[in-house]
Each structure stands twice: as C-alpha cells, then as structure tokens.
Write a protein that binds this ligand. Structure first.
Ligand SMILES: [Fe+2]
Ligand SMILES: [Fe+2]
Length: 231
C-alpha cells in the first residue's frame, strides 16, 4: 500500500482545448499519464491528484476526463485547481455523492492514509493577475478551507498531517506564507503542490526541507507524467 501524488493532468477528452500548443511534452500526454499510473499505482494504493484535472469548463465537458481518471487504478482523491470550474465551491458533497466509490473530492473535508490525515485546499499565491486585495481575499478563503480540513481531521482523532495544495505554498520570492506557517505549526510531514508548469516556473516555490517541513512539486510535466510516491 503506497501513497502517490501528481497534479495538473489538463485532460481534454470532452472539449477541443488541447495542451499541444504548450510544447512537445504535452503532445499525447494523456497516454503517458495512463501508462505510468497503470505501471506504478496498484488498486490498494492512494493517488492524490492535485488539481487542474480538465480543460473543460462545465461538467458536460469535464465528465469524460473525470470518467477517464475513475478508470485508473487506486483510490483517487482530487483537489480543486484553478482550471476546475466544473467544481462549484459549494458542491463538493454533491460531487462526492455523484462519483461515490469512484472519485473522492477533497475540499472542506479530509481523507486518511494510514495514521495520516490528508488535508487540502486549492491554496493561492500572487501571480499579478488580480489586485493584491483580491489575492488576499482568495488566499484567506483557501486558508479557511485548509483550517476546516485540519479541524475535521483533528476532531476525528488524527494528529499527523500531509498537506495538499494546488497553488505553490508561497508567492515567488517569499520565504514564508500563511500556508507554510500553518504547515510548520501542525508539524505537517509534507506539503505537496503543483500548478507550476515548464522549466521557468518549476522553482517558483519551495522544494525539499524548509523549517522541518518537506515540500514536493508534483506538476505532471515536472514529473514527466510519472506519479510520485510520497510514502
Ligand atoms: Fe496547471
Ligand atoms: Fe493551476
């Protein structure tokens, strides 16, 4: 039994928004995602998929991508990425009912792996795409979601945590953020994130041990589409 992670599949089985324009690495990437997940992940393993599942906008376009993910081996836990507009923020419970037993949607809840609570939120960092005030508002909301996830895990008796974020834990150049401080406070074993694509962005945020917490980037292109074994 193992825990794996990888994010940013950016699938487009249900729409014509291909990733091919973003470079050769993305041509036929869904075939490599399937090949490597089937190679490494077994049915009794857990795979956390850290957001940006689909290029589809609405559920109608996203559904073929979610169905593709559901056919892959292992217990699939999905985090919400910035591209996942099919996933309305108040509808996580509905998604969990709709895909009951096939996919598990992580937001305002938690899952477990052995002694660990798998907690998560989309997170947020400043990319200059919105006003700083708007960035702070979204970041605060995602911090609340992470805290809700942790609180629910604690209420259920868990005190060991692995944190999942879609966005990197810090904005470029930052040495700490509310997410990294929280990870340190709860002694998270790991913070796992994705969202960063391409050589120019892979090192936007933390890698390796920082103040006692291990940070891992699991963007699919960074991993060359091979899921990363966390433990
Ligand atoms: Fe992405
Ligand atoms: Fe993203």
């Amino acid at each position: 039994m193992s825990l794996y992670a990888m994010g940013d599949f950016h699938l487009n089985f249900g729409c014509d928004r291909s990733m091919d324009q973003y470079g050769d690495i993305w041509v036929g990437h869904e075939k490599r995602i399937e090949k490597y997940i089937r190679k490494y992940v077994k049915d009794d393993d857990t795979l956390v998929i850290t957001g940006d599942h689909t290029k589809g906008y609405k559920m109608r376009e996203a559904l073929p991508d979610l169905e593709f993910i559901a056919t892959l081996p292992g217990r699939k836990i999905l985090l919400r990425g910035n591209h996942d507009t099919f996933w309305k923020s108040g509808k996580t419970e509905n998604l969990n009912k709709e895909f009951d037993g096939k996919l598990f949607f992580l937001q305002d809840n938690f899952y477990t792996y052995g002694d660990y609570a798998l907690v998560g939120s989309k997170g947020y960092c400043y990319e200059g795409k919105d006003t700083y005030e708007h960035f702070l508002k979204i970041r605060d909301r995602e911090m609340e979601r992470m805290q809700t996830s942790i609180d629910k895990a604690r209420e259920a008796g868990y005190d060991k945590f692995i944190m999942f974020l879609h966005y990197p834990p810090t904005t470029i150049g930052e040495e700490e953020s509310p997410f990294t401080l929280l990870a340190e406070k709860i002694h998270a074993r790991m913070v796992v994130y994705s969202h960063c694509h391409g050589d120019a962005r892979f090192y936007d945020s933390f890698h390796g041990m920082v103040n006692g917490v291990e940070y891992k980037l699991v963007s699919s292109d960074f991993l060359k589409f091979k899921p990363l074994k966390l433990c």
